[in-house]
Ligand binder design. Structure first.
Ligand code: NAD
Ligand code: UDP
Ligand code: UDP
Length: 338
């Protein structure tokens, strides 16, 4: 199909047989690694709904087919069971690289951040695709600067229990910038702060999913340490809007993508209680090693250069995930892959 303008098998940005996504814009072919996961599946929904073709690569390590089942049969959607630690050949315009064992209980299985990122960068280089890395606020470690700006280099323990995640993502950022400088790959780097919403893994130990699931199950909310540590919680649709704005924009980043509303864990427990069940209780548990004391994004850069900021507050967002959690708990689905 020469009318699509492609010139050769690995040509940049256009491929044979492409359908228009809408007036004035060709549809893109987009890979989302980790697309069967929490954030990935919401991103896929947005890309499909705006008319693009999406290929999800996922090994179902924490992701679930249920998160994408509503797209099965859609001719613009494709799901490949594949571990990104292994090379793969595809012809695509954009790569959203989200694949990662993304929660503390899964951190230890982690060549993904290095080998998986390298393979996706190799793919981006070969086909001339734009590559977006979903890095994390964890690159700031236990931060000595508050709130954190993108210019802060972080305070990370290189040999601690969380370091394969923190340092893995720091290495992924390094690889991304090296491919950008050394091989001219178009890259984008997002540093994502704590995000919550429907389809979050039920039992991966993150605080919002733990508290919501515990209250629905009539168990006490487990507050680690004294509960005075802080986090800033972003609703998933705000994040997805930010990722797309970053991919489509002209700036490499890194960009903090998070909601600056900061809460202690005790305050979070209070909001969950108000939202779901006023009789909910808490119990204190010992904290994990190297737990960051506070975290809050400075998002001035994303506001100015991406024209993006979150719209949904914690009190507005939490109720939006409760039905999904309730249904999954009632159905006995504990968040495992198929
Ligand atoms: P998630 O666990 O729901 O999704 C990760 C997905 O990656 C899963 O579907 C999993 O099966 C897949 N995966 C893991 N290893 C893989 C491999 N080797 N090959 C192929 N697929 C693999 O987590 P999420 O919250 O959706 O996170 C998505 C991305 O956003 C991750 O890169 C994570 O580090 C980043 N992030 C998330 C948050 C957050 O609060 N949710 C915060 C900071 C950064
Ligand atoms: N790679 C891949 N798909 C591609 C191109 C490359 O998975 O379409 C992998 C490749 O196997 C290698 C990595 O990406 O492990 C880095 O590729 P690059 O070409 O940058 O490095 P090289 O192969 O030259 O070491
Ligand atoms: N946390 C908690 N109870 C839980 C799970 C986590 O009090 O059941 C605390 C944890 O100690 C940390 C904060 O909540 O201070 C956020 O933890 P999470 O694992 O969700 O995110 P991260 O530490 O990666 O920001």
């Amino acid at each position: 199909d020469s009318s699509s303008g492609s010139s050769g098998f690995f040509s940049k940005r256009t491929f044979p047989g492409r359908v228009p996504a809408g007036i004035g814009r060709k549809s893109l072919r987009i890979v989302v690694t980790g697309g069967a996961g929490f954030v990935g599946s919401h991103l896929v929904d947005k890309l499909i709904s705006r008319g693009d073709e999406v290929i999800v690569i996922d090994n179902f390590f924490t992701g679930r087919k249920e998160n994408l089942v509503h797209l099965f049969g859609n001719p613009r959607f494709e799901l490949i069971r594949h571990d990104v630690v292994e090379p793969i050949l595809l012809e695509v315009d954009q790569i959203y690289h989200l694949a990662c064992p993304a929660s503390p209980v899964h951190y230890k299985y982690n060549p993904t951040n290095v080998m998986g990122t390298l393979n996706m960068l190799g793919l981006a280089k070969r086909v001339g695709a734009r590559f977006l890395l979903t890095s994390t606020s964890e690159v700031y470690g236990d931060p000595l600067e508050h709130p954190q700006k993108e210019t802060y280099w972080g305070n990370v323990n290189p040999i601690g229990e969380r370091s394969c995640y923190d340092e893995g993502k720091r290495t992924a950022e390094t690889l991304t910038m090296d491919y950008h400088r050394g091989a001219d790959v178009e890259v984008r780097v997002a540093r994502i702060f704590n995000t919550y919403g429907p389809r979050m893994c039920l039992d991966d130990g993150r605080v919002v999913s733990n508290f919501v699931a515990q209250v629905i199950r009539k168990q006490p909310m487990t507050v680690y340490g004294d509960g005075k540590q802080t986090r800033s919680f972003q609703y998933v649709s705000d994040l997805v809007d930010g990722l797309v704005a970053l991919m489509e924009g002209e700036h490499v980043g890194p960009f903090n993508l998070g909601n600056p509303g900061e809460f202690t864990m005790l305050e979070l427990a209070e909001v969950v209680k108000e939202t779901i069940d006023s009789s909910a209780t808490i119990e204190f548990k010992p904290n994990t090693a190297d737990d960051p004391h506070k975290r809050k994004p400075d998002i001035s850069k994303a506001k100015e250069l991406l024209n993006w900021e979150p719209r949904i507050s914690l009190r507005e967002g939490l109720p939006l995930m409760v039905n999904d959690f309730r249904n999954r708990i009632l159905n006995g689905d504990e968040g495992k892959g198929l």
